[in-house]
Design a protein around this ligand. Structure first.
Ligand SMILES: Nc1ncnc2c1ncn2[C@@H]1O[C@H](COP(=O)(O)OP(=O)(O)OP(=O)(O)O)[C@@H](O)[C@H]1O
Ligand SMILES: [Mg+2]
Length: 462
């Protein structure tokens, strides 16, 4: 069996597309989480700083309501109070020209000029981010007090960093998980396809009976298996029919050939001088050649009909006239039976005249073969709305009921013993059935032993 490379396998392709879709979805989700968490923390930090600014301004205004300016000690107190919280918010004051810083020890540079009132910015210094907010209050003395609040975003940033790395780890684990489960499920789902291929590889003309193990899945693959098994069934039947047909045909040809061979041997042995023997041999050889030609014609018809689907050459045919012609023809060549024709309405049918004539003749030939001397053979006809019927009845030996369904099988004869004298290969009715089938019609046989047989062809008018 052909082995496919890993990347050519459908299971790999399914697993890969499944995993990629899964991971892409995960990444998009993570991105959304990342953006909303960062925005949320920034807003939170911002509002914390703004709240702190309000507190500081409240205190400054409180002092200024009773004093015209701020003293150094008061500024230090405000700075200490404002920065005593756990969060890392630093405060700078500039008043009047002197600066006061709450973070002398960590030496944070003035990235944003303290005089730029009302501005706020997120600034990245080295690896850390800071949030700057500048504000200004006017003392009753007219001097300006500049205040700057700086929030160190280290802790929320490290939280976001931790979140990001956790999300990336989850993405990686998700990707691996998706590949493993994807490969597992794809393999499980596609396993029956491999079993279909394995079975198909085993099938050749010697073991057409092989079937794919029926799947109990009610899905597309289950249906595929059923369709393939049904197709194999039909192929097997058709192959069996072909084989049987060939062996039956060879068998039928063997009889006339061995008779001819026997007479040729006799002539060889006794010489052509024996007039009586020569005449008997020649007439028998002629008869067998006639039989063989007849058989060959039937076989050719079947082969042609089977291989190419016969091309109907239908025309508007005056069916009653056709039947009258057949009636006259048989009345003339067969003097042993009494013929009658009746019930002939006027109508036309759209049929292949040559084929229907062949079918009617085959049915009448059967009646002749299986009807005792002087008995009646009747041809009649009925016309319905969409169909018409051609009916041939005889007063012959009849056919036992159990044989009737098999009469259309090729080479089927009711009883070898009774057909021995009459000859025939058991192909006539199977050919009649094919002709009726390609006309989209039906054939019915009604028979009673020792009473007679009625064969009805029901054909569409159009
Ligand atoms: N009218 C009939 N009366 C009695 N038996 C019939 C009649 N028509 C057909 N049969 C039986 O049905 C069998 C099949 O008929 P079919 O026409 O297929 O073959 P056949 O007449 O034996 O040979 P072939 O038609 O090939 O020369 C016959 O062998 C015969 O036993
Ligand atoms: Mg026949």
């Amino acid at each position: 069996m052909k082995k496919f490379s890993f990347f050519n396998k459908i299971s790999t392709k399914i697993a890969m597309s499944f995993s990629l879709t899964f991971v892409l979805t995960l990444l998009v989700l993570n991105l959304i989480i990342y953006i909303s968490v960062t925005t949320h923390t920034n807003t939170l930090e911002q509002s914390l700083v703004i709240a702190r600014k309000e507190v500081i301004l409240g205190e400054v205004n409180n002092i200024l309501s009773s004093s015209p300016r701020l003293g150094e000690e008061e500024i230090s107190n405000i700075i200490d109070k404002a920065t005593s919280h756990r969060d890392q918010i630093y405060v700078n004051f500039k008043f009047p020209n002197k600066t006061y810083q709450s973070f002398k020890k960590i030496s944070l540079p003035y990235t944003i000029d303290i005089d730029q009132v009302g501005e706020y910015h997120f600034i990245k210094l080295k690896k850390n981010r800071f949030f700057y907010l500048n504000t200004m209050v006017k003392a009753p003395s007219g001097e300006k007090i500049y205040i700057q609040l700086i929030s160190d975003l280290k802790s929320s940033d490290s939280l976001i960093d931790a979140l990001t790395s956790t999300m990336l780890l989850i993405d990686l684990a998700g990707f691996i998980f998706a590949i493993v489960t994807g490969v597992f499920f794809a393999k499980k789902t596609l396993k029956p396809i491999n079993s279909i291929a394995d079975t198909a590889e085993l099938i050749n003309r010697h073991n057409l009976n092989k079937r794919i193990e029926a799947s109990n899945h009610d899905d597309e693959i289950g249906r595929l298996i059923k369709v393939i098994n049904d197709m194999m069934e039909r192929l097997e039947r058709s192959f069996e029919n072909q084989t049987k047909f060939i062996s039956d045909a060879s068998h039928e040809l063997r009889t006339p050939l061995s008779i001819i061979n026997g007479y040729v041997d006799l002539l060889n042995q006794w010489g052509v001088g024996n007039k009586e023997l020569t005449e008997e041999a020649l007439s028998s050889i002629k008869e067998e050649i006639f039989n063989m030609t007849d058989l060959m014609e039937k076989l050719l018809f079947i082969a042609r009909e089977e291989n190419t689907r016969y091309n109907l050459n239908s025309t508007d045919v005056d069916v009653p006239s056709l039947l009258k012609r057949v009636y006259k023809e048989f009345k003339m060549i067969d003097k042993k039976h009494a013929y009658s024709i009746h019930n002939i309405p006027e109508f036309h049918g759209f049929i292949d005249e040559k084929l229907i004539l062949q079918a009617v003749r085959a049915i009448i030939e059967n009646s002749i073969k299986y009807t005792p001397k002087n008995k009646q053979i009747t041809i009649s006809c009925e016309k319905g709305k969409s169909h018409f019927k051609i009916i041939v009845s005889d007063e012959g030996i009849g056919i036992p009921k159990k044989h009737i369904p098999k009469l259309f099988n090729r080479f089927y004869r009711v009883d070898e013993a009774r057909t021995k004298d009459t000859g025939g290969n058991g192909l006539g009715l199977s050919i009649v059935k094919s002709i009726v089938d390609i006309h989209n019609g039906n054939i019915f046989i009604d028979s009673e032993v020792n009473k007679g047989t009625t064969v009805t062809l029901k054909l569409p008018i159009q």
